[in-house]
Structures are given as C-alpha cells and as structure tokens.
Design a binder for this molecule. Structure first.
Ligand code: SAH
Length: 355
C-alpha cells in the first residue's frame, strides 16, 4: 500500500467517497507523495516521454514559431514568453536556443514559467539560462506587454470531474474504498449545476476540468488585453465531447488509475471543443486544432532533421529519423496529439495551421 493509498483511504472512511477530481489532484500534487514530487517522471528513464524529451527539434520549432509570432506582433521591445507546466524545462531551453537566431527576440523576452512542483522548478532553474526568468504557481495577471503562452502536455495533467448520465441526469463519478481496493461509485444526488445530458438513451461520461478552463480563460484575457498568442499541444479529440479518458501511465505502460496513487501519472484527454467554446467569448482568432504531425511538418521539421543529419554519425542519423517518426507519424504521436492556437492583434495568422 502506498503512503497516499493510506491517506486517501482514511479520508474516504471519514468523509465518504472522493470525487475523481479530488483523487486525481491528490495523486498528482500531494506535497509529499504526489506524482510530481517524484525524481524524474519524464524522459526515456522516466514513466513517459513527452515531445520535447523525444527530440530537440520539437522545442526548436516551437521557438521559431514564437519568434514568428513576435515579429507578427511588430517585434515589441518587451514581451512575455510564458510556459505552462514546463516539466524538466527542455522545451524552453531548445526554444530559447533557436530563438537566439534573432538576438532582439531573446532580449525582449521575459520568460514566465508556471509550475507548482518544487522538484520540477529546481530542474527548470538548473536547465534554463536567460537573464529574466520568473516562476509563478498560477497564470496571474502579467503586466500589459504582449504575451506568448506555450503549453505542451499541461492541460492533460489537470484534475477533472467526471459525470455519468443516467435517465436524463448527470451524477458525479466518485472513488470509494471497498474490500481493500479503490472502486468507482456515483454520488447519490444528481449534479443540478450542469445542463442536462443531450439524450436519455444510453450512458455518457462528461469530463470537466475547472483548472484547465480557468487557466485557458486567463490566457484569453491576457491576449485580449495586450495581444499575442497561445499554443496548446496535447492529446485529445478535436470533436468528441463525451467519453471516459481518465488514465494512468507508469514505466511506459498503461495502469489502472485506481492502483497505487502517487506512483503513476494520471491524465485525461483535453476537450478541444470545450476550449474553443470558451475562446469564442473573446475577440480572438482560433487556429486549428490540427494534428501535431501536420503542424510540425508545416513548420519544417523534415528540413531540420535533414540539417541535423548532415553532421551526424550513422547511429545519430538513425536516431534522428526515428525521433522524427515518433513526433509526426500517424501511428505514434502525430495524430493523437492536437495543436490549437489562439491569437489576437497579429499582422498575419500563426504558422503551422494550413492550408
Ligand atoms: N510540458 C512538459 C511537462 C508536462 S507534465 C513536457 O512537455 O515535458 C505537466 C507539467 O505541468 C509538470 O511540469 C507539472 O508539474 C505541471 N503542473 C501540473 N499541474 C499544475 C498546475 N496546477 N499548475 C502549474 N503547473 C502544473
């Protein structure tokens, strides 16, 4: 039994079943035993590999994408370059390296990293060298400069509420403790605060991520105030509104999310339609979602791979080719991951979205 199993079990015995949201929040962010307090969750030696950890090409292209946004904002002398949930800091390191092609871009950037894990903050501090880097635990009201926000696999890491539809009403999905195991249960009372489900036939699961919606709205407000762009890369469907996507990964394999909380990464798919609905309330432009594979190809990942391969050994060339496949192929991350951008006050649309 993990220390967190004991803590959660006692909580349930004392106060009744926990919402999926509260279980997920504690399993990820408990200050002592939460998943993000672990030594090294990301990367080949960790539990899962995120795109920036697959290859430097990913962060480099995001750096060039940001550089292009900055120039479409009129190359301001000061702007905020924000990353939500930077993990090991790898994406920002690679982005700042490619962004250094234009020294004025680096000079103008004030880097803001939004991170709650002390362990990961320490890693980011060790990795990123730039004269103006600031850490925050929340996407606060930044000053009035234009803002570029990058979020790779951030929204999927935020706790979700789950609701199940039964006979025309939503009931919150909870987690109970029975016969030595965590089990799913449903709250006794319907969730009256939600719009009723679309039909009474069959059963749907609705997932709502309050922190995700909240952070996204804050980002839209920053754009509305001072212009800029938000880039979200995450896994999820461009269309699906319903479905159970609560899942756990440990040691590169799928796990039961109710087993050994704190030892596996818990995630849920990002609901792109919900984010788009929120964005439509602001005077912003919406781009995508497109697939990660097409986005990276439009930004020129194949050319970057060819350039890197030119001065590489045979073994390195093989690994560059395999990383390229991993990031773009439809059978790997290329289609599962989607890219959505929101922009405001740009002289032309962001790169990567079409035709
Ligand atoms: N973007 C990184 C890491 C993704 S994992 C990559 O692609 O490799 C999710 C990241 O979000 C971690 O850094 C985690 O500590 C951070 N995080 C999770 N919940 C958060 C919250 N509520 N506020 C800020 N950061 C959070």
């Amino acid at each position: 039994m993990t220390p967190l199993t004991k803590i959660l079990r006692e909580k349930i015995e004392k106060h009744g079943p926990l919402s999926v949201h509260d279980y997920m929040e504690m399993a990820l962010s408990h200050p002592e035993y939460g998943y993000y307090t672990r030594q090294n969750p990301f990367g080949k030696s960790g539990d899962f590999v995120t795109a920036p950890e697959v290859s430097q090409m990913f962060g480099e292209l995001i750096g060039l994408w940001s550089l292009d946004i900055w120039s479409k904002l009129g190359a301001p002398a000061k702007f905020n370059l924000v990353e939500l949930g930077p993990g090991n800091g790898t994406l920002m390191v690679d982005a700042l390296r490619s962004g250094a092609l234009i020294p004025d871009f680096i000079k103008a950037a004030h880097v803001h990293l939004i991170e709650t894990s002390e362990q990961l903050k320490a890693r980011q501090k060790a990795a990123i060298s730039h004269p103006s880097v600031f850490w925050h635990s929340d996407l606060l009201d930044l000053d009035t400069d234009p803002t570029i926000v990058i979020a790779n696999e951030f929204f999927d890491a935020l706790p979700i509420h789950q609701y199940e539809s039964i006979a025309g009403q939503w009931f919150e999905r909870c987690i109970d403790w029975e016969e030595g195991h965590f089990t799913f249960s449903l709250s006794d009372k319907p969730a009256k605060e939600l719009q009723p489900p679309p039909d009474t036939e069959g059963s749907h699961i609705l997932e709502i991520c309050p922190l995700g919606i909240n952070s996204f709205n804050k980002a839209c407000r920053l754009l509305q105030k001072s212009g800029g762009a938000v880039l979200i890369i995450d896994y999820g469907s461009s269309e699906a509104v319903y479905g159970d996507s609560f899942q756990a990964v440990r040691d590169h394999a799928s796990q039961n999310p109710l087993e050994d909380p704190g030892l596996s990464d818990l995630t849920a798919h990002v609901k792109f339609p919900q984010l788009i609905e929120e964005a439509q309330r602001y005077p912003v432009d919406i781009h995508g979602p497109t697939s990660q594979g097409r986005f990276l190809e439009r930004l020129g990942i194949e050319t970057r791979a060819a350039l890197l391969s030119r001065s590489a050994t045979k073994e390195q060339q093989n690994s560059i080719a395999s990383d390229l496949r991993r990031l773009t192929s439809t059978s790997e991350m290329g289609t599962l991951f989607k890219v959505l951008a929101i922009s405001c006050n740009l002289t032309a649309p962001p790169e990567g979205f079409g035709p």
